[in-house]
Design a binder for this molecule. Sequence first.
Ligand code: GTP
Ligand code: MG
Length: 203
Amino acid sequence: MKISKAIFVKSAGQFKDCKKSNLPEYAFIGRSNVGKSSLINMLCNNNKLAKTSATPGKTQLINFFLINENWQLVDLPGYGYAKKSKALRESFSTLIIDYCIKRENLVCLFVLIDSRLTLQQIDLEFLEWCAKNNIPFSIIYTKADKNSKNELAKNIFAIENSLKKIWDELPNTFISSAEKHVGKEDILEFIHYHNQSFGKLPK
Ligand code: GTP
Ligand code: MG
């Protein structure tokens, strides 16, 4: 699948401001600065679509993008933002929690993990929370261009070993680099596959 049209729809600061939609939706979440907005721009071939920044905490609202006029991408605020108070930094905002739990047309939440690091406590907590709350999610490892091939394989192996301690089965995973356009086809293929069956399965 190719993205031929990507339009910014709106921002929402509270869940009640998220316009109801019957379109299949895919959202990106992860620690501040992990590369959510950059990945959305890479998928859409438009570096100006979602605002990116080297300073963590850039995206504070939920931003909706209409893609090819029939599905939506969502840029969520990051968690674990270092400049927030300790309590806020170590928890997930009501906005994030409400969106993930209540958004009926959410097909998949892509949880982004920095491929250069070991599994961070806050990522582990968020992934466990998703599983406990039956949120459909996949993992995307980001910034793959910043590692050598060996380092990348080693880091992902270590992260997956940590996850195998808590789960019998691992979720779907993707490797990406917004910088080098890695992962685009796999992620768009996954979305395309899910778009096909959206609304067709019995509830
Ligand atoms: P918040 O909105 O603050 O939560 O951040 P975010 O997760 O949306 O991150 P953003 O896309 O703004 O990227 C943060 C920084 O990482 C920017 O300086 C990007 O240029 C850089 N970055 C993002 N993706 C990649 C990547 O794949 N490779 C490299 N080398 N840098 C990246
Ligand atoms: Mg962002």
